[in-house]
Ligand binder design. Structure first.
Ligand code: HSE
Length: 332
């Protein structure tokens, strides 16, 4: 088992949670040496000497072997993650936008610099979906992955349907609870779900998909009457992300759908996420858990950090199979 010395970028709700857990659990043999933040003068619940606003102090520190990137800005995160990999440091990130927009380049960098790049927290919060797709479903038996992958929209829809809350009030509650993105348009227009679905498509089916090309419809246009009509039909309205093989083609979509009580997704409420996995032999399986919020996200980040202690990395076997060009055999 490796000892891990972490350089942490970001000290928001998740970053601070990770710092406190690692400090209280010396048995994990993982210490946070330095934390890089934007505003060095803000009061924090940790000793002042660990904070810096200079990324280089973490990126070029030879003692630091892992960078945990938890900042709320995909554009700022990318150069940090790339520099960390170039310095031979493993990286844990929860930044779905940065990953979905730059997946091909990030896969190449981790192979070139022979490091691990883990991001379980980027998709469905606490649900271990990526590692399941990588390890358990490391075969060609999966036919579809579909479900609820955004906690904020599910929270809004649940509150509108069960408590008759107004859309705007429900959205404000989702923001107050720390479920929504700083720009909630990403949630309500299904863009966040598209980032997650493109990451799922790579690990489930080996296909690199541009998240902005996924056909997408959000929930901002839904009217109270739509919700009431669904209730009259004894159905729930859910924002469903779908990746499905059809005639050899992978079809992807994000859109609100009516879900009846014959489908377990109708039981997934509030900030919970739920994912159905359809496979040729096992038929259908279901993963369920909290998809947003401080502790669920921190739990997935922590799981990635623990996995680094035994050198775990994603192998992208399906992607490598889909993209491998058979080498020409020369005939003597
Ligand atoms: N805004 C995201 C959501 C956070 O609501 O699902 C977790 O990725």
């Amino acid at each position: 088992m490796k000892n891990l010395t972490i350089g942490l970028f970001g000290f928001g709700v998740v970053g601070e949670g990770i710092y406190q857990v690692l400090k209280d659990k010396p048995g994990l043999k993982t210490t946070v040496k330095k934390v890089c933040i934007r505003d060095i003068n803000k009061d924090r619940n940790a000793p002042a000497h660990i904070f810096t606003d200079q990324p280089a102090e973490l990126l070029f520190d030879p003692d630091i072997n892992v960078i945990v990137e938890l900042i709320d800005d995909a554009e700022a995160a990318l150069p940090i993650v790339k520099a960390a990999m170039e310095q031979g440091k493993s990286v844990v990130s929860a930044n779905k936008k940065m990953i979905a927009e730059n997946h091909a380049e990030l896969i190449e960098l981790q192979q070139t610099f022979d490091i691990s790049f883990l991001y379980e927290a980027a998709v469905c919060g606490s649900i271990p979906i990526i590692r399941n797709l990588e390890e358990y479903f490391d075969n060609d038996l999966l036919n579809y992955v579909c479900g609820i992958v955004n906690g904020s929209t599910n929270y809004i829809l649940s509150k509108m349907q069960t408590e008759h809350l107004d859309y705007q009030v429900a959205l404000e509650e989702a923001q107050k609870n720390g479920f929504a993105e700083s720009d909630p348009t990403l949630d309500v227009e299904g863009i966040d779900a598209a980032f997650k679905l493109s990451i799922i498509a790579l690990h489930a089916f080996g296909e690199l998909v541009n998240p902005y090309q996924i056909p997408r419809e959000g929930i901002s246009q839904l009217q109270t009457e739509d919700i009431e009509s669904a209730t009259a039909l004894e159905k729930k309205v859910k924002l469903i992300a779908r990746a499905q093989h059809h005639d050899g083609e992978l079809e992807l979509s994000i859109k609100p759908e009516l879900v009846g009580d014959d489908c377990i997704l109708s039981e997934v409420n509030n900030e919970y996420n739920g994912v159905l996995l359809g496979s040729s032999l096992a038929d259908e399986q279901f993963l369920y858990g909290k998809g947003a919020g401080r502790y669920p996200t921190a739990s997935a980040v922590l799981s990635d950090i623990s996995a680094l202690r035994y050198g775990y990395r994603y192998e992208y076997r399906k992607f490598n199979r889909v993209n491998s060009v058979p080498s020409l055999v020369s005939i003597p």
